[in-house]
Design a protein around this ligand. Structure first.
Ligand code: RNT
Ligand code: ZN
Length: 416
């Protein structure tokens, strides 16, 4: 243990913060690492473009093209980041044997066996996402809300298959699987019927979650959105729709992606609102720049504020945290690493905040001192606590991991 850390620990102690306890707590909080930063949300089951109103921008060389390459890259990220992880997979990352193929409605647990082995060897649980985009069977931009029975039923079957696969993940790893439903369904221009698609979507999700599963081990979520590229005028799975769906369906969690709100709406403020009602919620942590641009998560104000809310609501066990961003314009390993480390920093900062003391000041109406203390906290020697956390996790401290990325780029990524 470094003398710098020992000194920092004393500084924090005087503020009423136990940094050793903070470090110990963070080590136990899982964060879901999204597989899709490694290959620009391409997956392995199709050749077509990324659809569904989302977009990766940039053309940095070295993207993963095969399951093995993606796994190798994830291993790099695991090495370069502290903290407990789950693996977050999309259905489009199914791994087929030579010559084998199963369409989305026919996917089976066996198509994810290699991922299960990968996760188990690394002691990780797995979260899952049906893939309702990048596929030919999307008609007029609609999937689960399509008026075409054949199209809609295809996607309902896909959802059910994903419940079965989620159950398999949970059984194999012994860790609950969070299964997130997000559809890009919407309209580019003024709708003639806003309710019909929502009624169909509601019925479709109900059919999907009726697929047998252990509710302790498989946790379906519904993710909302404001708009997507090409679907600017109407989104079926809007904020109200998904929140009310989760509120009225036992065992379904609302999932908030902080790129999916109007720019002045803050997910940090929504976290305590939802935790007042739901036993558990889920998050997609991203960095929206002007729109749902999915930039790499940084250690910025709103990221810190979201982490603070989770921690001071005592929500580390109730909030299922997942990263969701995809930058194709920079080294993808670095993008993954910076984002994961930033979220870890935000959580550790929150855990090193004298939350009880600050709450007491607020409740006593002592707003002058509250402001002073909140400003003082910003100058605490957090970097030393962060370094200590990295060391204890066997991960490199800041300033000592990027060279490894550069070497990997030269040796591996540049040859792809
Ligand atoms: C899209 C949603 C969704 C996706 C992933 C790939 O706007 O955020 O969660 O990013 O499923
Ligand atoms: Zn998302």
């Amino acid at each position: 243990m470094s003398n710098y850390y020992k000194e920092a620990r004393e500084v924090y102690k005087r503020m009423g913060v136990d940094t050793d306890a903070a470090i110990a707590k963070l080590k136990e909080a899982p964060v879901s690492l999204h597989c899709w930063q490694g290959d620009d949300v391409t997956g392995f089951d199709h050749d077509g473009p990324l659809t569904g109103g989302i977009q990766t921008t940039g053309n940095y060389p070295g993207k993963a093209r095969t399951p093995q390459e993606l796994m190798d890259d994830i291993d790099m990220v695991i090495r370069l980041t502290p903290g407990k992880k789950k693996l977050n997979l999309h259905a489009s990352y199914a791994i087929f044997e030579e010559g084998e193929f199963a369409d989305r409605d026919k996917l089976e647990p066996k198509h994810f066996k290699k991922w299960v082995e990968f996760a188990k060897e690394r002691g990780m649980g797995i979260d899952f996402n049906p893939t309702f985009f990048s596929h030919d069977n999307i008609k007029d931009g609609l999937t689960l809300s399509s008026p075409d029975d054949e199209v809609r039923n295809f996607w309902i079957e896909h959802g059910k298959a994903c419940i079965r696969i989620s159950q398999y993940f949970a059984e194999e790893t012994g860790i609950p699987c969070v299964m997130n439903i997000w559809i890009g369904d919407g309209l580019k221009d003024i709708p003639a019927d806003r309710m019909g698609p929502r009624e169909r979507y509601k019925d479709a999700i109900e059919q999907i979650i009726a697929e047998p599963h252990n509710p302790e081990m498989v946790k379906p979520c519904v993710e909302s959105k404001v708009f997507g590229i090409g679907v600017e005028s109407y989104t079926v799975g809007s904020g109200e729709f998904t929140l009310l769906f989760a509120a009225t369906h036992e065992g379904v969690l609302p999932l908030m992606d902080n790129g999916h709100y109007h720019p002045t709406e803050m997910v940090s403020d929504k976290i305590p609102a939802l935790l007042t009602y739901f036993p558990e919620i889920a998050l997609h942590i991203t960095r929206p720049v002007r729109w749902d641009s999915d930039h790499v998560v940084l250690y910025d104000d709103e990221t810190k504020e979201m982490a603070k809310e989770i921690v001071r609501c005592d929500g580390l066990q109730r909030v299922n945290m997942a990263l969701d961003y995809f930058d194709a314009g920079i080294n993808r390993i670095s993008a993954w690493t910076v984002g994961f480390r930033s979220w870890q920093k935000a959580l550790l900062t929150a855990l090193c905040t004298p939350n009880e003391r600050l709450k007491a000041l607020q409740n006593a109406g002592n707003f002058t001192e509250l402001m002073v203390q909140q400003e003082d906290i910003k100058m605490l020697p957090f970097g030393e606590v962060w370094n200590e956390y990295c060391r204890q996790c066997g991960a490199p401290v800041d300033g000592q991991w990027f060279d490894e990325v550069k070497a990997y780029e030269e040796k591996v990524l540049s040859r792809r």
